[in-house]
Design a protein around this ligand. Structure first.
Ligand code: ZN
Length: 170
């Protein structure tokens, strides 16, 4: 007689021996166990784990549904949250737009190539930008690049990366 094997076998009386953890596994998205207590994740209330009907009744209750909807809305808003650009292209003149473009492209180039933004101040670099690069004279000093354009480029790149990863998932 192998009592170990018998214990492993699923039993019709499983509900009698339900534990908070086993109930949480039954409804992994709705319940979680903490110590010897079973919690409804949305409502953060303790539920009686002995009887399945109590749990199902709770899920059907108005109170639970409201909490669950609220939680879902929170999650949805988080996903939809987009970056609010400090350098929004709205209400900008063509010249301003072009200056922003060249500044962002320059910051992106320096950062991407691991070139310190301080090199922007180097006389030879400055001369090159001013004389050889279209709109290059519009590129400000290092401080303004760091304070104004670097965070913007960083956010943009982060969003691009997120989009790229999302596309790979799908
Ligand atoms: Zn609940």
């Amino acid at each position: 007689i192998c009592s170990f094997g018998r214990r492993e076998r699923p039993s019709h009386h499983a509900s009698k021996t339900a534990t908070p953890a086993s109930r949480a596994r039954e409804f992994p998205e709705k319940l979680h166990a903490d110590g010897d207590k079973l919690f409804c994740t949305s409502c953060n209330v303790v539920l009686n784990h002995d009887r399945r009907s109590v749990i199902v009744d709770h899920f059907a209750s108005k109170k639970h549904k409201l909490k669950e909807e609220a939680a879902q809305e929170d999650g949805g808003n988080k996903c939809q949250k987009t970056i609010t650009s400090t350098l929004s292209l709205k209400n900008k003149t063509q010249a301003e737009k072009e200056r922003m473009e060249i500044c962002k492209a320059w910051v992106k180039t320096l950062a991407g190539a691991n070139i310190p933004l301080s090199k922007n101040e180097h006389p030879l670099v400055r001369e090159f930008l001013d004389s050889r690069v279209q709109n290059g004279g519009a590129i400000p000093g290092r401080t303004q690049l760091t304070e104004t354009y670097l965070p913007e480029v960083y956010l943009e790149e982060k969003e691009n990366l997120k989009l790229m990863l999302k596309r790979q998932e799908n």
